[in-house]
Design a binder for this molecule. Structure first.
Ligand code: ASP
Length: 451
């Protein structure tokens, strides 16, 4: 059995939905289908989820949201009409939205989640209806009845483990099952959503629960690329990579999948294939637990901006027991999480996400470090980007760091930090944010164009 998830752009118009249905019916193994809400078919489009958020906000602010509601219904109406479906489905969708707007608004986040979930829920109903209209046995699955149970954390729910046992029963159902992504229910029966993009996560939870042979994630690109196509034109495609590689690349900006997608699937070892709804015969990118040894030393290059580095120097730091703990305690007291801690004998840098340092936090931290830890020097460098090269093949290859640093030197990029710390499969470089694209280009040239 294969589990297939289709993202918003694959469901944005009737034409796209027809492509999706062709893909589903082309393979009898594709039996459990997860759908997002209709997304964008072009840059000017607005995702249904965003329309629903606007609708909920307007309703909370003024007690009515006629115009915003109409915009949502119109999106579904256009799709339903172009699919040749009868008016009933639109009436059903309007009634569903009215019902959601009528719930209690005291808890804003709870209200917001009820509205947000309408995007995928109604899309699933619509796709199931369309498949039935072309004489295919298809059923909309209600996540509440199926037992997808989540914690009561609105907008950022976590899976409750008993869900797996409940969802496993879907294996016994006949026909094609259309399951809405992105939301589930608390044990008390209240709608709650994952964070944005969470339908990927619904897909991996379901793939794990039914022990699928493959989790196919259909989007609008042929594959995952070795570097960001906005920086490198026509970058090479990655045909296969491991969960670990994907996790590290996702950390620094590969946004193909929702961050938590690999969590449920990791232990089960189910492969994920990223495929293109607009070009389903392209092989896509396969993500597996085991390394197949087919890539060179570097599988991908990722870059992300928005970091800063707190640098501390103290003579004989290495001999001072508890120095690191005290430094991190200061950050913890301010509720700040850190990313990396490259260190020397008498120096230590702490890399953080910059946005955490607002409201005078920066000044307080620097003063506390100076006064409480009696350091010789403390400073902070803003505006950094992290560039990461990732590859299972790096473990057995000599000279990867040299190649990378040579590439930077040749292009005149000065390195603020190198971290080849605990991970055997990645190497990280900090550069000034404005040099980030140049750094990616030089690494791409070094590892993927020079043979
Ligand atoms: N529709 C939701 C969003 O736009 C969830 C998803 O597409 O995965 O975030």
């Amino acid at each position: 059995m294969k589990v297939a998830k289709f993202g918003g752009s694959s469901l944005a118009t009737a034409q796209q939905i027809k492509k999706v249905c062709n893909i589903i019916t082309a393979d009898p193994e594709r039996r459990l289908i997860i759908v997002s809400a209709p997304g964008k078919s072009c840059d000017e489009d607005i995702k249904v989820t965003d329309l629903l958020i606007a609708c909920a906000e307007q309703y909370l602010a003024s007690g009515s949201a006629e115009r915003e509601l109409e915009a949502v219904i119109n999106r579904y109406r256009d799709i339903a009409e172009d699919l040749g479906l009868s008016q009933d489905i639109i009436e059903e969708i309007s009634a569903d939205l009215q019902q959601r707007l009528a719930i209690e608004t005291n808890n804003r986040e709870k209200f917001m989640d009820a509205l947000k979930a309408a995007g995928e829920d109604n899309c699933a109903k619509l796709v199931a209806k369309y498949l039935c209209s072309i004489n295919i046995e298809a059923h909309y699955i209600n996540p509440k009845e199926a037992g997808l149970l989540l914690s009561e954390e609105y907008g950022n729910a976590r899976l409750l483990p008993e869900s797996y046992q409940n969802l496993r029963k879907l294996r016994e159902r006949s026909g094609i099952l259309i399951f809405p992504g992105f939301f589930g229910y608390t044990p008390e029966g209240v709608v709650v959503t994952f964070s944005r993009g969470g339908s990927d996560l619904t897909g991996s939870i379901l793939a794990t629960a039914v022990e699928a042979d493959l989790y196919e994630n259909f989007t609008d690109v042929d594959s995952v690329f070795v570097a960001n196509p906005k920086i490198i034109s026509n970058p090479k495609a990655i045909s296969q990579l491991t969960y670990r590689e994907m996790r590290e690349l996702a950390y620094a900006g590969f946004t193909v999948l929702h961050e938590e997608t690999l969590v449920p699937i990791y232990k089960a070892g189910i492969p994920i294939c990223i495929k293109n709804t607009n070009n389903p015969s392209a092989p896509g990118t396969l993500i597996t637990r085991e390394y197949k040894g087919t890539n060179g030393p570097v599988t991908g290059i990722a870059a992300d901006k928005g970091f800063c580095s707190i640098y501390v120097r103290k003579f004989l730091m290495n001999r001072e027991i508890g120095f690191g703990r005290k430094l991190l305690q200061i950050l913890e007291d301010e509720g700040i999480s850190y990313e990396h801690i490259p260190s020397g004998i008498d120096d230590m840098s702490v890399i953080l996400k910059e946005h955490q340092l607002k409201d005078g936090i920066e000044k307080r931290i620097l003063e506390r470090i100076k006064n409480e830890l009696e350091v010789d020097d403390v400073s902070i460098e803003h505006g950094l980007a992290l560039i990461i090269i990732v590859g299972e093949g790096m473990t057995n290859t000599v000279g990867v760091a040299t190649k990378a640093t040579n590439a930077f030197a040749k292009t005149g990029i000065s390195l603020e930090m190198i971290n080849q710390g605990s991970s055997e499969i990645s190497m990280m470089f900090a550069v000034k944010a404005e040099e980030s694209a140049k750094a990616v280009i030089s690494l791409y040239h070094e590892f993927f164009q020079k043979f």
